[in-house]
Design a protein around this ligand. Structure first.
Ligand code: PGA
Length: 245
C-alpha cells in the first residue's frame, strides 16, 4: 500500500480529486467506484470545480456506488442516491443512466444484490474504487465479522455506524438498521483502490490497517492483500505513524 500524507482535509480532497481527474482524462471508458459519507464530500466539490473550470468530461465514465440504506428510495434526502446526485452528478456532465447505486427500496432485496453483482461483472468490474473507512474498520457497509468472500449483500448496521451517521438524520431512531453493500470480495476485485482517511477519529483505524492482523474482525485489513491501494491520509489521522517512525 502506498501512503500519501497531506496536511489536512482540504489537501486530501484536492489530491484525491487530482488522482480521479487524471484517470477520467486518460481512460476512455472508466468504471469509477464511488463512496458516500463525510470523507469524499470535499473531493466531489473539487471535481465539480475542475469540471467547471477545465471542462473535464464524464461522458465516458460509468459510476458504481458502494452501498445504500435499505428502505430509502432515491428521492429520500438521506439516501445515498440523493447524496450522489446532490454532491456530484447534478453538477457534472455524466449521464444519470451511467450512474449506478444499489436500490434500497427494491421489492426483492436479495435479487437486487445479485443484479448489482452481475451488473458490475457485465461492465468488466471497477477500474478505480474510492473508499472511506469506518472507525470500526468497515469498508462500504461491511461491518466487522463480514466474510472476506462476501459479494453484494444485505447487512445489519453496527450500533456505532448508526450513531456515527445519525448526524444526518433527525434522530438516531430514523437511521435505517439495514443496508445493501458491495461485499469485501466485490471491492477486492477493483483494479485499483483509493482510500481516503481524515481526522483524529480515524487514527486508530489507520493504525490497525497498517499494523494489525489481516482479519475479518477488521474488514479494511483485507486491503493489505490488494496489489494496488493508495491511501491519502491527513496529519490528524496519521499523527501516531509519525511518532512510530
Ligand atoms: P465518513 O464515513 O466518511 O462519514 O467518516 C466513512 C465510512 O463510514 O466508511
Amino acid at each position: 500500500m502506498k501512503i500519501i500524507d497531506v496536511k489536512d482535509y482540504q489537501e486530501m480532497s484536492k489530491k484525491a480529486a487530482e488522482y480521479i481527474i487524471e484517470k477520467v482524462r486518460h481512460s476512455k471508458n472508466l468504471n469509477l467506484g464511488l463512496a458516500t459519507g463525510g470523507t469524499p464530500v470535499g473531493t466531489y466539490t473539487n471535481l465539480i470545480e475542475d469540471h467547471k473550470q477545465n471542462h473535464t468530461s464524464y461522458q465516458g465514465v460509468k459510476t458504481f456506488n458502494l452501498d445504500e440504506y435499505v428502505g430509502l428510495s432515491g428521492d429520500n434526502h438521506n439516501s445515498y442516491r440523493f447524496y450522489m446526485n446532490d454532491q456530484l452528478f447534478n453538477h457534472i456532465d455524466i449521464e444519470k443512466s451511467n450512474t449506478h447505486i444499489p436500490r434500497g427500496d427494491a421489492k426483492d432485496m436479495q435479487k437486487e444484490c445479485e443484479d448489482y453483482e452481475n451488473l458490475l461483472a457485465e461492465h468488466g468490474g471497477i477500474d478505480l474504487q474510492i473508499l472511506g473507512i469506518g472507525s470500526n474498520g468497515h469498508i462500504g457497509f461491511n461491518e466487522p465479522g463480514t466474510s472476506f468472500d462476501s459479494n453484494t449483500h444485505i447487512v445489519d448496521l453496527a450500533p456505532s455506524t448508526r450513531e456515527a451517521n445519525a448526524r444526518y438524520f433527525d434522530s438516531l431512531e430514523e437511521v435505517p438498521t439495514r443496508a445493501v453493500t458491495m461485499g469485501i470480495a466485490t471491492i477486492m476485485k477493483s483494479k485499483e483502490i483509493l482510500l481516503l482517511i481524515s481526522g483524529e477519529n480515524k487514527k486508530e483505524a489507520l493504525s490497525n490497517l497498517l499494523h494489525g492482523e489481516v482479519d475479518e474482525r477488521f474488514p479494511a485489513s483485507v486491503l493489505r492483500n490488494h496489489p494496488c491501494v493508495t491511501i491519502i491520509a491527513d496529519e490528524a489521522a496519521i499523527a501516531d505513524e509519525k511518532v512510530r517512525s
